[in-house]
Design a protein around this ligand. Structure first.
Ligand SMILES: Cc1cc2nc3c(=O)[nH]c(=O)nc-3n(C[C@H](O)[C@H](O)[C@H](O)COP(=O)(O)OP(=O)(O)OC[C@H]3O[C@@H](n4cnc5c(N)ncnc54)[C@H](O)[C@@H]3O)c2cc1C
Length: 280
């Protein structure tokens, strides 16, 4: 049971959603955009968020689009993770997404909800950061398009009343070699101890991480160290790990020391496979 009442709105356009948000905000209704609802309902049940109105964005056409166009793959923010996996236009995203929660939950969880949610793992953002994707954002000032690394810095950088409409990924990234590995403390579903998503773009390695720090990230400095031509893999790895951008999590899921151990071994395995392939 949800212990509070709230109003439910289902606008059919970006403008209507933004207008509603402004109006409800003025009325102190603490409006929230609502996509899959899994997190909102859970947090309302636990009395961890307050809202008197939710704005369901699933009836907005652009939020449901899934188009493989001439230059870009367009993914609407209200697509569920299973819809994205079934179409499999973006294999790295499929690979990361398939490891989030279980199939039943992924039938509800949406791309936008995962990226914009409070639960800090936000693993679906990793492939989008690695592929220099663009984020289409709507709000009271209209629609804007930002590079993923600007729109997402530790969390989604959304202004008041703004919401994620779509992501755009250049098609040439979709076929590049990739690997993703999620290591959990135990069980087959659950939050990551460490998730690594890696892409090989024009011979250079790109890597992004979730579960390591209290936010998902891609670090150019780490990538630069990994791509250096001097030093053994072990040395390059040690140099790269010096650039982890924040303290490594040290919690019930695993100590910082253990996370680093797992990170180093897993990343070494990925890079070894790629280096062996390259030298074959
Ligand atoms: C059983 C279970 C296991 C999980 N395991 C993992 C895991 O291993 N890794 C992981 O990364 N996550 C995991 N999660 C977290 C889960 O991915 C997020 O809670 C979920 O993705 C939220 O998606 P949703 O579509 O239901 O969002 P909602 O509940 O609709 O929204 C969540 C938040 O995002 C905001 N929001 C939603 N869509 C938009 C948008 N388009 N623009 C702006 N704001 C928006 C809402 O206002 C709200 O604040 C798990 C969740 C469950 C239930």
């Amino acid at each position: 049971m949800i212990p509070v009442d709230f109003d439910y709105y289902k606008p059919e356009s970006i403008e209507e959603a933004a207008r509603l948000h402004e109006q409800l905000d003025r009325q102190k209704m603490l409006p929230l955009y609502y996509s899959g609802g899994t997190e909102i309902i859970t947090l309302l049940r636990l009395d961890l968020i307050q809202t008197k109105a939710v704005i369901d964005i699933k009836a907005i056409h652009e939020c449901r689009e899934h188009i493989l166009g001439e230059d870009y793959l367009v993914l609407g923010s209200s697509l569920t993770l299973t819809q994205i996996e079934e179409r499999n236009a973006f294999p790295l995203l499929t690979s990361v997404s398939k490891e989030i929660a279980d199939h039943t939950a992924r039938n509800k969880i949406t791309l936008g909800g995962n990226i914009c949610g409070e639960i800090f793992y936000r693993e679906a953002v990793l492939p989008l950061l690695l592929t220099d994707s663009l984020f289409v954002i709507g709000g009271p000032q209209g629609v804007k398009i930002l590079p993923a690394h600007e729109a997402f810095q530790q969390t989604m950088q959304l202004g008041r009343g703004e919401f994620l409409i779509q992501t755009l990924t250049r098609k040439d990234f979709l076929g590049m070699p990739y690997m993703s590995v999620k290591i959990r403390q135990q069980w087959e579903t659950g939050y990551p101890l460490v998730t690594i998503a890696a892409l090989k773009a024009k011979g250079e390695i790109r890597a992004a991480f979730s579960g390591l720090c209290s936010f998902p990230f891609r670090s150019k400095r780490m990538e630069d160290e990994l791509n250096r031509k001097d030093g053994t893999l072990d040395v390059r790895m040690d140099r790269a790990l010096r650039h982890i951008p924040a303290p490594v999590l040290n919690d019930i899921e695993g100590s910082a020391e253990y996370r680093l151990f797992v990170l180093k071994n897993t990343l070494t395995d990925i890079l070894t496979v790629w280096e062996v392939e390259q030298n074959a």
